[in-house]
Structures are given as C-alpha cells and as structure tokens.
Design a protein around this ligand. Structure first.
Ligand code: UD2
Length: 310
C-alpha cells in the first residue's frame, strides 16, 4: 500500500487560494513545499496558508506557469470556472479557463514529468441513467461546464496513455464546507446558510425533490492526498459519499441547524436541472482506499459554525 499522503514533495496547487485548493494547501504545507498559482478572481489571499508560496497569475500566462512548475513533483489542478450558469452565459470563457488552461498545465507537467491530479466533476454525467452512478456510465453533459470537464477528464487519461504521465481525475460530486463563499454562482449549501443566517427566505428551486450527493471538504482533500500517492494512475474516480439527500431535506436541515426563523419558499425549477445525482464510490474505495469520514449533518454543522463567524 502506498503512503496515504505525499511528503517531501514540491507541489503546485492551481486555484490554491480558492475553496478546495486552499484546504488542500493547508493539508499539505507541513510536509511539503507548496506553491500556489491563483489569479485571485474568486480565490482570496487570506485563504493561503503562511508557509505556502502564492504566485498571483493565470494558468494561461506561459511565464508564470513556467516559473511555478519549474522543478515541481506534482500538480493539483483546481483552478476553474466552477459555475454552471456562468458557463452557459459565456461558453467561450468557460472553455478558455476550463480546457485551454488545463492543456497548458498538462504540457508544463509533461516537461517536468510531474504527476497531475485533476478536479473533474459529476457534471460530466448530465442526466444519469441510474443512481448511484458508476464511472463507466454514459456521459451526457448538459452545460458547457460539464462538457469542458469531460474534455479535460479525457485529456488527463490521454496524457497517461500517450506520454506515460502519472495522472488521476477526481470527479467531485457536490462539495461543501467552511470557506465556500455564498454568491449567486456558488453551491446551494452556501446559499441556504447565508439566507438562513441573515433571516432571508430559503429559496428551493422547484419542489425540492431533486437530490445531490454532498461531500464535505475534508473528504475531498482526503481523495486528493490518496490520488497523489496511488499506483492506480491513468484513471478517473467518483468522489462523493455514496449517499444523496433531497434539496427540500437540505433546506429543512439548514433551518434546524441554524435555528432560523427563515421560511422555505419554492421558486421556479431551474431550467435543465439534474434530477438525481449520487456517486457510486466503490472504485475510489477499492483503488484509493478512499472512505468518506464526515457525515452530512456533522459537515453541515461545521459549515454553519464557520458562516456564523463571517
Ligand atoms: C454543482 C457544482 C458544479 C458541479 C456539479 C457536480 C456549484 C455551484 N456547482 O452543480 O460546479 O461540480 O455540482 O455535481 O457548486 N438550488 C436551490 N436553490 C438555490 C440554489 C440551488 O434549490 O438557491 C438547487 C438547484 O436547483 C439544484 C441543487 O440545488 O437542484 C444544487 O445546485 P448547485 O448549484 O449547488 O449545484 P449543481 O448540482 O447544479
């Protein structure tokens, strides 16, 4: 069994000032030399741990990328345009940030012979034929975001097959936790907590029967650490919990945990929304020894606690 986390490595985290990247940086800094490349569009300098080196720049800036990848052993590529809606509004921008930049990162990694762990997404499945979804099921992304993630999910595997580069794609389901800042474009948990803690109505799209597999940030980090050391490279893995809850249940859990007076209101269903999403995580369990450790209610409580301090 390989070690469960990297040590004494020179590591680059793109998007390391963002939600997932900064948690990953925090987990890695004590045992590794951590560099972060982030253009600070959505990421924040304050998220970056003191021991990490932040280079402010874009993955598509050849000079900045060459500088941060010089001598690097592994790259966690978290930088992305994460909003499905923004990708629908501007597919070219999504392609540039999500695909072109990833190719630049892959080329730089190829020069350095560095392992690449990619942030892929459950969005590549689109409307699944069944849940839980195994990795091998059909892909039918319903947004430019999903299509872009599918493209790079393929690219990282191809870089393994064509050039022998050690690559792993992690298909994140709905990640949440402290540090995920609420905005029109952010995940539903951050939006609901923000609404509940400011006494605003909690806005459930449609009847709220749609379901999601919400995975707490600590488990997303765990999956990345395992992907960094595994021998089972050249593969893609679902990273969720294997469980799903409905958006209505989520809204009620948020009411409960925040002890808010906010009411739940139902708005129009979101056009093209995915009805059910739930990961089959048996491949990650088998190859990465990945195991979800934070139960949904506990993760929600920890996230609510963080929001209170904001
Ligand atoms: C999320 C990610 C996306 C991708 C995907 C993978 C975000 C913003 N998007 O898309 O990047 O990785 O997961 O599975 O994290 N909803 C409400 N009220 C609100 C906001 C949302 O009811 O105010 C509903 C929404 O209609 C949907 C569900 O909550 O049914 C989840 O929405 P989301 O935007 O958090 O995430 P999703 O699954 O569309």
């Amino acid at each position: 069994m390989p070690p469960d986390r990297p040590a004494d490595q020179t590591v680059l985290i793109t998007g390391g000032a963002g939600f997932i990247g900064s948690h990953l940086a925090t987990a890695l800094v004590s045992d590794n030399d951590v560099r972060i490349l982030d253009n600070l569009t959505t990421g924040q300098r304050a998220n970056v741990p003191d021991e990490a080196t932040l280079i402010e720049g874009d993955c598509r800036d050849a000079d900045a990328l060459a500088r941060v990848t010089d001598g690097v052993d592994m790259v966690f590529h978290e930088a992305a345009l994460v909003s499905v809606q923004q990708s629908i509004d501007d597919p070219q921008q999504s392609h540039a940030i999500n695909v072109d930049a990833t190719l630049d990162v892959l080329e730089a990694a190829r020069r350095e012979d560095a392992r690449v762990v990619l942030a892929s997404s459950a969005a590549i499945y689109g409307h699944p034929e069944r849940v839980p979804i195994p990795e091998s099921d059909p892909k039918g992304p319903t947004s430019p975001y999903g299509l872009d993630k599918l493209t790079i999910d393929h690219y990282v595997r191809q870089y393994h097959e064509l050039y022998g580069l050690e690559t792993v794609a992690l298909r994140y389901f709905n990640a949440f936790g402290p540090g995920q800042v609420a905005s029109d474009y952010s995940g539903v948990i951050s939006i609901f907590l923000d609404q509940a803690l400011s006494g605003e109505p909690i806005t459930v799209d449609g009847d709220g029967s749609q379901t999601r597999d919400f995975v707490f940030i600590d488990d997303i980090v765990q999956a990345n650490l395992r992907a960094a050391t595994t021998d089972a490279v050249g593969k893609a893995y679902n990273i969720g919990t294997g469980e799903a809850i409905s958006i209505r249940e989520l809204a009620e859990a948020v009411q409960d945990i925040t002890v808010t007076e906010s009411e739940i209101v139902h708005t129009e269903p979101r056009p093209g929304d995915i009805e059910h999403s739930q990961a089959d995580i048996s491949k990650a369990e088998a190859y990465l020894d990945y195991e979800p450790t934070v139960a949904f209610r506990e993760g929600l409580a920890r996230t609510a606690k963080w929001y209170r301090t904001q």
